[in-house]
Design a binder for this molecule. Structure first.
Ligand code: PGA
Length: 250
């Protein structure tokens, strides 16, 4: 039985006061969340404050990105050991905003995935197609390309300690959610693909859906057999909405 995971991707939002208020709200409602595991991924600069607030609670935290190197002359970057030092459990890699705005290709994403695991962090690997790619029926080939690079670099067993988030680019921050059927179809495709390499890994890995997930559509999405939670952007910035999704996850 896969424990649902609901992870908040705060992106580049919030200051110390916002973060503190948001976490107070989440912690206050935590008792109503039955089975889902919760995590938040704040901007780097807020991680120390988030870590001290969440220490000892059931809510985990993580980074939104990391560098491929562990240390050195890489101005402006943050490394896996630094995230680990601040108690991160997770780190998002290959988010579509990183891929499109910061030019992260599949090979860099694969290196980041490895850097995360080398430092004891669980990568949340984001994959997903653009609107044009969906229109051209390329969803599966895009997912193949994005996953194959990581599988080739690190092997299927690396996925025993990873999370995959399917985030159709056209659904991110747009208010357009994939229908539960559409999302399930891709999630099932991903799990089948992994199963051809290792049935146990495929059965155990949590596949999150991301893209305009909200309290009112979360239950139906997460009820799909291959959807094990969500990676939440906009709705993770309001405690009530984030908790609403977490409760919908069970
Ligand atoms: P959204 O973002 O929930 O605001 O669509 C999801 C994501 O980018 O992870």
């Amino acid at each position: 039985m896969r424990q649902p995971l609901v992870a908040g991707n705060w992106k580049m939002n919030g200051d110390q006061a916002d973060a503190s208020k948001l976490l107070d709200g989440i912690l206050a409602g935590l008792a109503e969340v039955k089975s889902a595991e919760l995590a938040v991924c704040p901007p780097f600069i807020l991680i120390p404050a988030v870590a001290s607030k969440l220490a000892g609670s059931a809510v985990k935290w993580g980074g939104q990105n990391l560098d491929i190197h562990n240390s050195g002359a890489y101005t402006g970057e943050v490394s896996g050991p630094m995230l680990k030092d601040f108690g991160c459990t997770y780190v998002i890699v290959g988010h579509s905003e990183r891929r499109s705005y910061y030019g992260e290709g599949d090979n860099v994403v694969a290196m980041k995935f490895g850097a995360a695991q080398d430092n004891g962090l669980i990568p949340i690997l984001c994959v997903g197609e653009s609107l044009e790619e969906r229109a051209e029926n390329e969803t599966e080939s895009v997912i193949d390309r994005q996953l194959d690079e990581v599988i080739d670099a690190h092997g299927i067993t690396a996925f025993a300690n990873a999370v995959i988030a399917y985030e159709p680019v056209w659904a991110i921050g747009t208010g357009k959610t994939a229908t539960p059927d559409m999302a399930q179809e891709v999630h099932a495709y991903i799990r089948r693909k992994l199963a051809t390499l290792d049935a146990g890994v495929a059965a155990g890995i949590r596949l999150l859906y991301g893209g305009s997930m909200k309290p009112d559509n979360a239950a139906e999405l997460i009820a799909q057999p291959d959807i094990d939670g969500g990676l939440i952007g906009g709705a993770s910035l309001k405690a009530e909405d984030f908790l609403g999704i977490a409760k919908a996850a069970g």
